[in-house]
Design a binder for this molecule. Structure first.
Ligand code: IPE
Ligand code: IPE
Ligand code: MG
Length: 256
């Protein structure tokens, strides 16, 4: 079991892992249950993966929990997911604090039902002093929403004279993104055998290593995470440079 973990090179860990937690519905259907049953079981995977990241001292974990497009699902499922979210957050705040995990949310919080927003805001406040780990929940999030928002806010600041067009560079854009506080993900994991990004961190994933597994999210455990990390460690990240440059200056592997 822990052999996988022992093989991980602790000097070459991803600093930020992002996960598209997919496959809850199919997992449940395959077991003869309704889709919500899958979402409930997905929570156990979240706990386990959070634990795995803490064991390895990985400071940033972003979880895609609900996309802008997921609002179009049947009302029962959306309502169930919102209740599950509130319930989970309420129960987990103690654990988050115990392990010094700061909660963050990226996404259009205004679209969440008031009871969910209230619970989240409380949890954000209650974990705001934690410094060791960061759990970033992408909720009512989509990259196109985020980029549109950034463009609008930049336009407003230019109009109000707070920003001049000539001075807009990549650092400026970064500051207007929902992820402005976080480094870009090094590793993206998507479960359930789908090979797409589904409107998730399109800008930030520019140089992330992509890892796809057929494992459904409710079955995904630390050992699967360790496998993904081992796979990540076998990659050669070149960031546009040549293989020779990387061989001679390996520290460039971690430049972003
Ligand atoms: C991911 O599982 C969870 C959310 C999108 C909220 P799905 O609900 O997408 O499960 P599948 O992909 O239909 O199996
Ligand atoms: C992506 O999964 C969103 C989340 C995991 C929250 P979806 O199941 O919504 O993605 P598509 O529709 O299969 O692309
Ligand atoms: Mg899905």
């Amino acid at each position: 079991m822990s052999e996988l973990k022992n093989n991980i090179d602790l000097t070459k860990l991803p600093n930020h892992i992002a996960i598209i937690m997919d496959g809850n519905g199919r997992w449940a259907k395959e077991k003869g249950h309704d889709r919500l049953y899958g979402h409930y079981h997905g929570v156990e995977s979240v706990r386990n993966i959070l634990e795995g990241c803490a064991e390895l001292n990985i400071p940033y974990l972003t979880l895609y929990a609900f996309s802008t497009e997921n609002w179009d699902r049947p009302k029962d499922e959306v309502d169930g997911l919102m209740e599950l979210l509130v319930d989970t957050i309420r129960k987990e705040v103690i654990t988050l604090n115990k392990n010094s995990i700061k909660l963050h949310v990226i996404g259009d919080m205004h679209t969440l039902p008031p009871f969910a927003r209230k619970e989240l805001e409380e949890a954000l406040l209650e974990t705001s002093h934690n410094e060791k780990f960061n759990l970033i929940l992408a909720l009512s999030y989509s990259s196109r929403w985020e980029l549109l928002n950034a463009v609008k806010n930049i336009a407003v600041d230019v109009k109000e004279g707070k920003l001049s067009t000539e001075n807009i560079d990549q650092d400026t854009l970064q500051k207007y993104l929902a992820t402005s506080e976080f480094p870009d993900p090094d590793l993206l994991i998507r479960t359930s055998g789908e090979y797409r990004i589904s409107n998730f961190l399109l800008y930030q994933l520019a140089y992330a290593e992509l890892y796809f597994t057929s494992t459904r999210w409710p079955d995904f455990r630390k050992e699967n995470l360790f496998e993904a990390i081992l796979d990540f460690q076998r990659r050669r990240r070149r960031f546009g440079r040549t293989d020779e440059q990387i061989t001679h200056r390996p520290e460039q592997l971690f430049q972003s």
